[in-house]
Write a protein that binds this ligand. Structure first.
Ligand code: GCU
Length: 383
């Protein structure tokens, strides 16, 4: 008798390097019409828009442009914090369209001593709101505001729930239903991760108006699902000066075709509200995708990208992450950026830090810690 495969069989993950299938990555430098790109100019004019469109259509969904108005208002008066080392600003960024609005709450610490305008790290917070506690009653390594301020950078954060709840049944109740309901009707319409990235761009709009902040030096940071979002935000909004993607794994910085750790079928089943409807077509069909994640990193070129992993977080495929960054190098080369990463993946706790590429695989579990931030700060100091 033939037994039907158990329901979890489709999700069984591979953690065995020898079982990674043979695969060929889509050529980031070849256009749909078969032209090979050899210059920065042709990349920008022909291939980059094409690749961006492929990611919109097949994975993250359209990024809506335009709204009726935007308002920035302090939700609390600015006040000194951290024994006077920083000024705390709390800003409500309210975006209006067709009579509806959405408010993004931004927490921002600006170092008092630093020369203004200062560069800033912007965290897309996908975890507990208390991790970015403005009162500092609760401190966390996930967003080590004191450490970043002491290094002369400003640090900011917003929470993803202001844009779209991270829940398959309610994700649409934020930006989507309120501002861009038409996105919900399209198979290439954005969902939660698109909405979070859209939110990062609205905070970027705000930075452009804050004289304390150098809006040409905004580094967008995300961990895990937030790291998938930071990549997408930086790919589609070129105002972000650099991107940090921490343990972002599948549909983040890791190559899908390796089918190592989490796979597309699994992410689309557990989190159907993250990516667009079209992406579901690629469940168990990684090789049919017209892109792979190295091309998302390539969209950020020539801006710096730092990707990380944790050694015990095989779910996020450390090797596939390293290889994706590596495979983006040919696009950076068009801008005159020489390869900076070694040919082979560096060992555990052997960070390679910039100037254009950063990578490390930190000993430990899936998380973002002071170890990681210390490297991001060193990375950011180079540009
Ligand atoms: C799950 C999910 C990952 C995601 C992670 C996170 O493990 O499968 O894709 O990166 O959650 O956001 O912490």
């Amino acid at each position: 008798m033939l037994l039907a495969a158990p329901f979890w069989a489709a999700f069984a993950q591979n953690y065995d390097e020898s079982k990674v299938p043979h695969y060929t990555l889509p050529d980031v430098l070849k256009t749909a019409s078969g032209k090979t790109i050899r210059s920065e100019e042709k990349w920008e004019k022909l291939r980059r828009p094409e690749v961006l469109r492929l990611f919109e259509d097949h994975i993250y969904g359209q990024m809506p442009v335009g709204y009726d108005s935007i308002r920035y208002a302090l939700t609390e008066d600015d006040r000194p914090e951290m024994d006077g080392k920083a000024v705390l600003k709390q800003i409500g960024v309210t975006v209006f369209r067709n009579g509806n609005s959405v408010q993004i709450n931004v927490v921002l610490f600006v170092p008092t001593q630093a020369k203004k305008p200062v560069p800033v790290f912007l965290l897309i917070n996908n975890r507990g709101k208390d991790l970015t506690d403005p009162t500092r009653a609760k401190k966390s390594e996930f967003w080590p505001a004191e450490m970043v301020v002491d290094s002369g950078f400003a640090i900011a954060a917003f929470h993803v729930s202001d844009l779209a709840p991270d829940n398959k049944d309610t994700y649409m109740t934020g930006v989507l239903q309120k501002l861009y309901p038409e996105q919900l009707k399209k198979d290439n319409g954005m969902k939660a991760i698109g909405a979070w990235a859209w939110g990062a761009s609205r905070v970027m709009d705000y930075f452009g108006t804050d004289k304390d902040i150098d809006s040409k030096k905004v580094i967008v940071v995300g961990h895990s699902r937030g790291g998938k979002t930071s990549l997408w935000a930086a790919a589609q909004d070129r105002r972000f000066a650099a991107c940090v993607t921490n343990c972002s794994g599948n549909t983040g910085a890791a190559l899908a075709r390796r089918q190592f750790g989490e796979r597309i079928s699994r992410i689309n089943t557990t989190f159907p509200h993250w990516f667009n409807n079209n992406y579901k077509k690629y469940n168990d069909k990684e090789n049919a995708l017209p892109v792979d994640q190295h091309m998302l990193i390539a969209l950020i070129a020539p801006r710096p990208v730092y990707a990380t992993n944790a050694s015990k977080d095989l779910w996020a495929d450390p090797k596939g992450t390293f290889l994706a960054v590596k495979a983006a190098e040919p696009v950076y080369a068009l801008y005159g950026v020489k390869p900076e990463l070694p040919k082979e993946m560096p060992g555990i706790d052997m960070p390679v830090i910039g100037p254009h590429f950063g990578y490390h695989n930190h000993e430990g579990e899936h998380n973002m810690t002071a170890y990681d931030w210390d490297k991001f700060i060193r990375f950011a100091k180079q540009f």
